[in-house]
Structure formats: structure tokens, C-alpha cells
Design a protein around this ligand. Structure first.
Ligand SMILES: NC(=O)C1=CN([C@@H]2O[C@H](COP(=O)(O)OP(=O)(O)OC[C@H]3O[C@@H](n4cnc5c(N)ncnc54)[C@H](OP(=O)(O)O)[C@@H]3O)[C@@H](O)[C@H]2O)C=CC1
Ligand SMILES: C=C(O[C@H]1[C@H](O)[C@@H](CO)O[C@H](OP(=O)(O)OP(=O)(O)OC[C@H]2O[C@@H](n3ccc(=O)[nH]c3=O)[C@H](O)[C@@H]2O)[C@@H]1NC(C)=O)C(=O)O
Length: 341
């Protein structure tokens, strides 16, 4: 199946979460007892009010979500989305939570944790579940002598997250290796989108603006043979270990590089004298200035304040307006701007 038109990304707001509201139904939840901790729905077990988002994010920040469900295959994912539709519950799909800032107030909708992890391979074509670890895929393909995903080694996200963000490093991007993407739309239908119909950019994908998208379920990558892929993957991993605070609680780069300026966000932040700068438990990494660390006990507000302060200082000093790469998931609303200062 394919969607017969081309999705074009418009101006992106990467700091704005695409918390998806159910489009079809409008009746209220059938759960009468709010204190009920678990619910079964067509065999799926929803955890109510007890799952802490800090345990689902690499930043280690975030309060409880109203509903939580882990899905292991596409059928379960469709059922979970249908459940949200039928009970008018907003939902977000997350992978490793390596690019998300959750709020201490949590999330009043449903968090769907994507664990669709299959891998099918045939002569350079790798069809992978969107919950498959991107790091593991990069190492696996490079070890098998295929080039295109060497940069994925060391990236903490999932294949779905990497496709959604068009993750990149070391001059390679996820989009360059994509052959096609399988998605579920909000009406519950499955579609296969060919790479030629998808416009990607630096850290941008058509999925970020696709109103009818419910979730990416699988991605097929087309890779070429290369005798040097394994060596390159090792080099990239070593470079990452020596330049990024790998063992600390972070969400990778917090700002996108301002391509029009031609200077990395990290360099601007360092030159503004902000390395090691702290707000509460949140700190600009002393190792890499575009990584913000939860040094222990950072609240979401600490991190939001640090983001705002760094933006302000860089703007004052260099007249450059940094844009977030990370996604802030607002606890109640789709509109996050009111929360950011
Ligand atoms: N280059 C590097 O070193 C690093 C790169 N990263 C990148 O950050 C990204 C984070 O990946 P990951 O941790 O898995 O993502 P997250 O769990 O952080 O999810 C982030 C957002 O991506 C969207 N998303 C994730 N999975 C899916 C899916 N299957 N279908 C539709 N939307 C989805 C959702 O957006 P919404 O809610 O708006 O729909 C979600 O809120 C990756 O691109 C990763 O490679 C992260 C750290 C370091
Ligand atoms: C970590 C991420 O991706 C990373 C990816 O791992 C690396 C490696 O290729 O390249 C990007 O970082 P980056 O642009 O900061 O790359 P680096 O090579 O570390 O630094 C760029 C430049 O900034 C300078 N730099 C870096 C860190 C620092 O504290 N100070 C500084 O001045 C470096 O000297 C270099 O001249 C991606 N980030 C973005 C926003 O494009 C992520 O997306 O989460």
C-alpha cells in the first residue's frame, strides 16, 4: 500500500510535542474508579497512574502518566491506539525516551511504550520493527559489512524515534538509508510510504507534521556492501565516547545546530561561557556544551529554565536564536509555549 501524495514538512516546531488527540470518538472513559491501578482491554494491560515517566526517559525526569501500556507487536499497537480513540485519551508513542523532556506533573493521557522489535533481512534490505534499538541495528549492519547506518552505533533511541527525528551523526542521516516506512494512521489503517515520497531535512521528517499519523510501525533500510563499515562504526563510537558525556543522564543534543550561521550550537554555548552552568539539578555539560545533564534531582522546571537561560544568553551575545531538538511533552495541553519562558 502507498499513500498517493507527498508529505511536505513545513516550519518545524521540534520543541512542540505531537501529543495525538483521538479524532473519531468523543465519549468519556469507561473507567469509573480513578484509583483503579490496572485495566485489561482486549487482552492489553494498562497501568493507571503509577508509571513514572522518569523511568522511561534517558534524562530521568518526569512524573506519573495517567495510562501506560507497552506494546510488543503491531496488533497490540493498533489495539492500544483504538483504546485511546474509544476513550478519548490523548497519547504519545515513545521509544527509549532519549529525546523527550517529560514534566514533573507527568502526562494526563496514555504513554505507549513501543517494543516492536523484529528484524528481517535479505541481501542488504533490513526491515525492522520501530521499537528496535537503533544502536543495535547500526552495530549489526556494520558488522555484516553493510554501510549506511554506522553512525547509529551509540545512539540511544529506537528505529521509530530515529526516523521521526531523522537522527544523524558523522555526516550520515537516517533518511539516507531508508527504503520505505510502514505507518498506522489515526483511522487505524496501515500504509507503506516509499522513501521517494518522503521529504526529510536536517533533524526533520514529514512525520513531525503528519496530522493523520498514529505511529511508525516498521522501517526498511536499503544498505550497500562495504568492507570498511565495521571499522568506521568503531571509529564513530570512539569519537562519541571521547567527545560526549556518554554515561550521564542526558537527552543528547538539546539544540539543533543553526545551519544558516555555520557555527555549532555547542560552540556558541561554550563561547557564551556557559559550560558547567547550573540551574538546580540541571547543568550544561562540561564535556560537550550542547548536552544538558541531570546531575541528580533535576526537576523539569530546572531543565526548562536552563534551556531558556542558555537561549537568552546566546541570543544576547551572538544574536542567534537556538531551536530545541528535544521534545517537551506538556502534561495537559498540546500547546507548550505557555510553559516555556
Ligand atoms: N545523535 C545522537 O547522538 C542522539 C540522537 N538521539 C535521537 O533522538 C531520537 C529519539 O529516539 P527515541 O528515544 O526512540 O524517541 P523518544 O522515545 O524520545 O520519542 C521522541 C518522540 O518521537 C516520536 N516517536 C518515537 N517513536 C515513534 C514511533 N514509532 N512512531 C511515531 N512517532 C514516534 C514521538 O513524537 P510525538 O509524541 O511528537 O509523536 C516521541 O514523543 C532518535 O532520533 C535518536 O536517534 C537521541 C540522543 C542522542
Ligand atoms: C548528539 C546528537 O547528535 C550529534 C552527533 O552525535 C554529533 C556527531 O556527529 O554531531 C552533532 O553534534 P555537534 O554538532 O555538537 O558535533 P561535534 O562534532 O561534537 O561539535 C561540533 C563543533 O562544536 C565544537 N564544540 C563542541 C562541544 C563543545 O562543548 N564545544 C565546542 O565548541 C566542536 O569543536 C566542533 O567544532 C549532532 N548534534 C546535532 C544537534 O546535530 C543528537 O542529535 O542528539
Amino acid at each position: 500500500m502507498s499513500i498517493p501524495f507527498c508529505y511536505k514538512p513545513s516550519g518545524l516546531l521540534l520543541h512542540s510535542p505531537r501529543t495525538r488527540s483521538p479524532l473519531l470518538c468523543n465519549h468519556s472513559s469507561s473507567f469509573s474508579k480513578q484509583e483503579q491501578a490496572h485495566n485489561n482491554w482486549t487482552g492489553l494491560k494498562f497501568i493507571r497512574g503509577k508509571k513514572l515517566l522518569k523511568d522511561l526517559s534517558t534524562w530521568g525526569i518526569g512524573g506519573p502518566c495517567n495510562y501506560f501500556i507497552q506494546v510488543l507487536d503491531q496488533t497490540q499497537l493498533v489495539s492500544a491506539i483504538r483504546f485511546c480513540h474509544e476513550h478519548s485519551i490523548r497519547f504519545v508513542i515513545i521509544g527509549k525516551g532519549s529525546n523527550c523532556l517529560f514534566d514533573d506533573f507527568g502526562f494526563d493521557g496514555c504513554v505507549i511504550l513501543n517494543r516492536i522489535e523484529f528484524l528481517e533481512e535479505e541481501r542488504g534490505l533490513y526491515r525492522v520493527g520501530s521499537g528496535f534499538r537503533f544502536n543495535r541495528l547500526g552495530v549489526h549492519c556494520s558488522n555484516e559489512g553493510f554501510t549506511g547506518l554506522e553512525f547509529a552505533g551509540g545512539i540511544p533511541g529506537t528505529v521509530g524515534g530515529a526516523t521521526y527525528m531523522n537522527a544523524g551523526a558523522n555526516g550520515q542521516e537516517t533518511a539516507d538509508a531508508i527504503h520505505c516506512v510502514d505507518i498506522i494512521t489515526m483511522d487505524g489503517r496501515l500504509h507503506r510510504l516509499s522513501r521517494t515520497d518522503l521529504n526529510f531535512g536536517y533533524r526533520s521528517s514529514p512525520f513531525q507534521d503528519m496530522q493523520e499519523l498514529a505511529a511508525i510501525t516498521a522501517v526498511t533500510f536499503k544498505l550497500q556492501h562495504s568492507g570498511s563499515a565495521k571499522r568506521r562504526q568503531h571509529e564513530y563510537m570512539e569519537r562519541r565516547r571521547t567527545s560526549q558525556p556518554v554515561g550521564e543522564q542526558s537527552a543528547g543534543s538539546v539544540f539543533r545546530n543553526p545551519l544558516d550561521v555555520g557555527v555549532a550550537a555547542a560552540e556558541l554555548i561554550e563561547k557564551a561561557g556557559l559550560k558547567g552552568f547550573r540551574v538546580g539539578g540541571a547543568m550544561v555539560s562540561k564535556m560537550h556544551a550542547n548536552f544538558f545533564i541531570n546531575c541528580g534531582g533535576s526537576t523539569s522546571q530546572d531543565m526548562l529554565d536552563l534551556l531558556a537561560l542558555v537561549k537568552e544568553k546566546v541570543d544576547q551575545k551572538f544574536a542567534v536564536q537556538l531551536k530545541e531538538e528535544i521534545l517537551y511533552v506538556h502534561p495537559h495541553r498540546n500547546d507548550v509555549k505557555s510553559k516555556q519562558r
